[in-house]
Design a protein around this ligand. Structure first.
Ligand SMILES: [Zn+2]
Length: 97
């Protein structure tokens, strides 16, 4: 008996909203703006500036790209950087500490 490929329920789980995965469905902009309300307006390339959420920052040295989620802190004491996935990992660690 051959099973019809049309009936393989491979992608159906993506239709439901899983509480644990809801964050990963958010665009970088939605996720980041919700957590960094002080974020300045993004420039033409999508980069916006704010105080770094990962160190005790007093002047905005944290830039993040709302299109891609890439981020970089210009403070020499901090220097945190990475892609959107990394941002979420760091944010979760920060929440738990
Ligand atoms: Zn920093």
């Amino acid at each position: 008996m051959t099973r019809s490929l049309l009936h393989v329920p491979r992608y159906t789980h993506k239709l439901g909203i899983d509480a644990d995965e809801s964050d990963s469905e958010l665009s970088p902009a939605d996720y980041i703006v919700a957590r960094l309300p002080e974020l300045g307006e993004a420039n033409a390339e999508g980069w916006a500036k704010t105080c770094c959420p990962f160190h005790d920052d007093h002047s905005p040295s944290f830039t993040v790209n709302l299109d891609t989620g890439y981020f970089l802190c210009f403070s020499s004491n901090c220097g945190v950087h990475g892609d959107f996935k990394r941002f979420k990992v760091l944010w979760n660690q920060k929440e738990q500490s």
